[in-house]
Ligand binder design. Structure first.
Ligand code: FAD
Length: 460
């Protein structure tokens, strides 16, 4: 039933793309509505970034406690155990705080919130739970993504879980297999290994985190191995058999792993429930958009994971903002370059721009590097593993890619984003005075190493 409400912008999906789009449209003076079928905040707040980082902070604390003795911190007990119910409870508190703050911001901006499944019924009308219909001069699809499945025998076992369930486990499995060695897979491997599980990773490609720079894969593999995580690369899972509360995983290499639980983390696919019967162009299930976030149908935009351009929360939020700006009459392009990626293992992994292999194919490059073992702050923290690697164009010194494995990598990569976005060259970075002692000094030295001018790297 048409409820008579006409909005400038109707947003379907309340994740980082959706709530930012709705707030932006309202800030620009538009009447905005948002429809969410689950909890506000989407994957990121409820079952993604925030729960994962809450769990991974525990890894950092455990590692620090274990290393404390060397620097004179004496603990009474020699063993560290995790009360997973308590950790889950803490995670829930964090998630609730953030959801409330998003809902508060939406209300503060006078965005109307509808609970239910939103579905397009035309290019200007959206049904809610197939009942009420609201009208929008523009509609922004921000339905995000859902867990991708693989079709192998046994995958439907209850002991095979996804990232949607892992943060609600009440027991730490003794043994855990992780199917997929991408970002989510390696983060969960490090978390559960630190919590006491024996962890196995099965990865189809010849290396973990295969889309990132080879040296990051190598560094992280070394770290995972040191933690006792067994990694099976160039390997695919053929079938799973559940027997007496155990999973038997059969790999194509002929190996057989027996575990209590398996986490399926082979990627995510767009959630297209909002499309209804409208024929919006998509490619392999990803809604096709141009750089203005416009779909093939006028007035309808798609932002965030649903278009598959870059499945990251901060990219989703920027796309949501761009869609809202354009829906409200602007003409702004989404810049897909210079989007940082972070992995919150310990040490962390972060990356932006081209990998060395990609850069070599396109440009004449120089590569600079600085190892954290030569960085004062890293030494004081006793976290000296890792490096900063900078890839620059050999002619002008333009920074093409930065790859960091080490302490605070996911914070430092934002500085690299600024340098790259502002087109600051490796020649200029040395003129920007950085505080001392900081991890970021390693970034400066890696930039200077590109042109042979690092003070702290001994001459060859
Ligand atoms: P989503 O967050 O998926 O939100 C979409 C929302 O739309 C959902 O709430 C859904 O219920 C709703 N919806 C869908 N269809 C409808 C409909 N028809 N009607 C009403 N509502 C609908 N990214 C990072 O940048 N950093 C990280 O550290 C990070 N860690 C992650 C860890 C894990 C375990 C996972 C799973 C993901 C992680 N991500 C991370 C990815 C990040 O969560 C997503 O890129 C981001 O949430 C995408 O935002 P979105 O708004 O496009 O979609």
């Amino acid at each position: 039933m048409l409820n008579g409400d006409i909005y400038d912008v109707v947003v379907i999906g309340g994740g980082p793309a959706g709530y930012v789009a709705a707030i932006k449209a309202a800030q620009l003076g538009g009447r905005a509505a948002i429809i969410e079928k689950g909890n506000m905040g989407g994957t990121c707040l409820n079952v993604g970034c925030i729960p994962a980082k809450t769990y991974l902070k525990n890894v950092e604390i455990i590692d620090e406690l274990k290393n404390g003795n060397r620097r004179g911190i004496i603990l009474d007990s020699s063993s560290i155990t995790i009360d997973i119910s308590k950790l889950k409870g803490f995670k829930d508190e964090v998630v609730t705080t953030l959801i409330n703050s998003v809902v508060g911001l939406l209300k503060n901006n006078k965005v109307d919130i509808y609970k239910g499944v939103g579905r397009l019924v035309s290019n200007t009308h959206v049904s809610i739970n197939d009942e009420d219909i609201i009208e929008g001069k523009s509609i922004i699809l921000t339905g995000g993504s859902k867990v991708s499945k693989i079709n192998i025998p046994g995958i439907d076992s209850n002991l095979v879980i996804s990232s949607d369930e892992i943060f609600n486990l009440n027991d730490i499995p003794n043994t855990l297999a992780i199917i997929g060695g991408g970002v989510i897979g390696v983060e969960m491997a490090v978390a559960f290994s630190a919590f006491g599980s024996k962890v196995f990773i099965i990865e189809l490609m010849d290396r973990i985190i295969p889309t990132m720079d080879q040296e990051l894969s190598n560094g992280l593999l070394d770290e995972l191995t040191k933690r006792g995580i067994e990694v099976y690369t160039s390997n695919s899972l053929k079938k799973i058999i559940e027997q007496k509360d155990k999973l038997h995983l059969y790999l194509d290499s002929g190996e057989n792993i027996i575990v209590d639980k398996a986490l399926l983390s082979v990627g995510r696919v767009p959630d297209l429930e909002a499309l209804g019967n409208l024929n919006i162009k998509n490619e392999y299930g990803k809604i096709k958009v141009n750089e203005y976030m416009e779909t093939s149908i006028p007035n309808i935009y798609a932002a965030g994971d649903i278009n598959g351009l870059k499945m990251l929360a901060h990219a989703a939020s920027r796309m949501g903002e761009i869609a809202a700006l354009n829906a409200m009459g602007d003409k702004v392009k989404f810049n897909i370059n210079n989007i940082p990626t972070g992995i919150y293992t310990n040490p962390e992994v972060a990356s932006i721009g081209l990998t060395e292999d990609e850069a070599r194919k396109k440009y004449d490059i120089v590569v600079g590097r600085f190892n954290f073992v030569g960085n004062g702050r890293a030494l004081t923290s006793a976290i000296t593993k890792g490096f900063v690697k900078v890839i620059a164009d050999s002619r002008y010194g333009q920074i093409l890619g930065v790859h960091i494995f080490g302490p605070s990598a996911v914070e430092m990569i934002n500085e690299a984003a600024v340098l790259m976005e502002m087109e600051i060259t490796v020649y200029e970075v040395g003129q920007i005075i950085h505080g001392h002692p900081t991890y970021s000094e390693a970034l400066v030295e890696a930039c200077l190493d590109c042109i042979g001018k690092s003070i702290y790297i001994p001459r060859a």
